[in-house]
Ligand binder design. Structure first.
Ligand SMILES: Nc1ncnc2c1ncn2[C@@H]1O[C@H](COP(=O)(O)OP(=O)(O)OP(=O)(O)O)[C@@H](O)[C@H]1O
Length: 335
């Protein structure tokens, strides 16, 4: 478990302290995939670099599995850092070393593994990231997705318990992004390690994360389970991210809503209720007529969800709302 207790960070620029992270309390549970989303300059990299003390905090305590890592001496810090792997947007591979040597590098650097241990581990990791046939290639001979797989294998070399991912898919195309996210999800499930993933895309969070923190101007403005934050965003920054990820144009939506007659409801279906043929029976029961203004069905991690914006006219609205709620549908009255 990673605990931030009033952690803050300022950078010294020209003799002035510039705040990058305001005092923050946060808990990341062992074994979860935790997303940190925010625009450029929000403080995401700062927050993630505090977790492995690449940046020392200017205030507060960081506890990992109940140990205050801000108290560590140099030797303790070296041992701790082996337990924290990191992958980067631009992969940061050594161009003069082969794929196998890049993966072996952190083990060699640690100086505590035998040659046989290193060789066996590299073989195992190459298989895990499906790059066995590419062991002797150089990074320049690989695609972006393959380079990131090498980055992941290298980060796992010393068997970390925490994996930090700094915009790990931002340089990749959508299909490659999907395969790298799937690999991260598999690693999380099979190895049980904690993954902290920073991104500026809510879609990445929706696909792999269990919980998310939304950052704005050095502050965590919203935090919670992805399904809650994504489907019912409260802070304006979170709403912007959700709208952006769903390619919703706010002005267009407002215009559509202003043209629609009757009451306007947003329905959110989650899990089981997503695929139920509910609207027809509710319409018959209540005598209400529906028209669909916008809609989407997708997944949050493995859970299906649907969101529909409807206008309703005629019939008994109360009966319709009760029937929807009784079927576990979240109903929000927009107008
Ligand atoms: N080493 C540094 N020295 C001075 N200021 C810094 C340093 N690193 C970051 N900052 C400042 O701290 C703030 C937060 O930066 P940070 O890199 O953590 O944000 P971010 O959300 O990760 O942004 P991006 O997505 O662009 O990387 C910014 O205002 C940035 O200019």
């Amino acid at each position: 478990m990673i605990v931030f207790d009033q952690v803050q960070k300022s950078y010294q620029v020209g003799g002035r302290a510039i705040p990058a992270l305001h005092p923050t309390d946060m808990t990341i549970e062992t074994g979860e995939v935790f997303g940190i989303v925010g625009h450029s300059g929000a403080g995401k990299s700062t927050l993630v670099r505090l977790i492995n003390l690449l940046e020392p905090p200017t205030g507060g305590r960081i506890l990992i599995d109940d140990e205050n890592i801000t108290d560590y001496d140099a030797a303790e810090l070296r041992a701790f850092r082996r337990k924290v792997g990191m992958i980067f947007q631009h992969f940061n591979l050594l161009s003069s070393k082969t794929v196998a040597d890049n993966i072996a590098f952190p083990m060699k650097l640690a100086g505590i593994y035998s040659k046989t241990e290193i060789r066996d581990r590299v073989e195992e990791l190459l298989a895990r990231v499906s790059l066995t046939d590419h062991a002797n290639k150089y990074p320049s001979q690989l695609s972006g997705g393959q380079k990131q797989r090498v980055g992941i294998a290298r980060a796992l070399a010393c068997r970390p318990t925490i994996l930090l991912c700094d915009e790990a898919t931002s340089a990749l195309d959508p299909q490659t992004t999907q395969s790298v996210l799937k690999l991260l999800a598999d690693i999380n499930r099979e190895l049980g390690l904690t993954i902290v993933l920073i991104t500026h895309e809510m879609d990445v969070v929706r696909r792999v994360c269990d919980r998310v923190a939304v950052m704005d101007a050095g502050e965590v403005v919203e935090m919670g389970p992805v399904s809650e934050v994504f489907l019912h965003p409260k802070h304006p920054t979170t709403r912007d991210f959700v709208f952006e990820s769903e390619s919703i144009d706010r002005d267009e939506l407002q215009e559509d809503l202003s043209k629609a007659s009757g009451r306007i409801l947003r329905l959110t279906f989650k899990g089981e209720s997503t695929y139920k043929p509910l609207l027809g029976s509710v319409a018959r029961e209540s005598g209400v007529d529906f028209s669909i203004l916008s809609g989407r069905i997708d997944h949050i991690k493995d859970t299906p969800y649907g969101q529909l914006t409807l206008s309703l006219v005629g019939g008994d609205l109360e009966v319709a709302m009760q029937a929807l709620k009784a079927a576990d549908v979240h109903v929000e009255v927009l107008r």
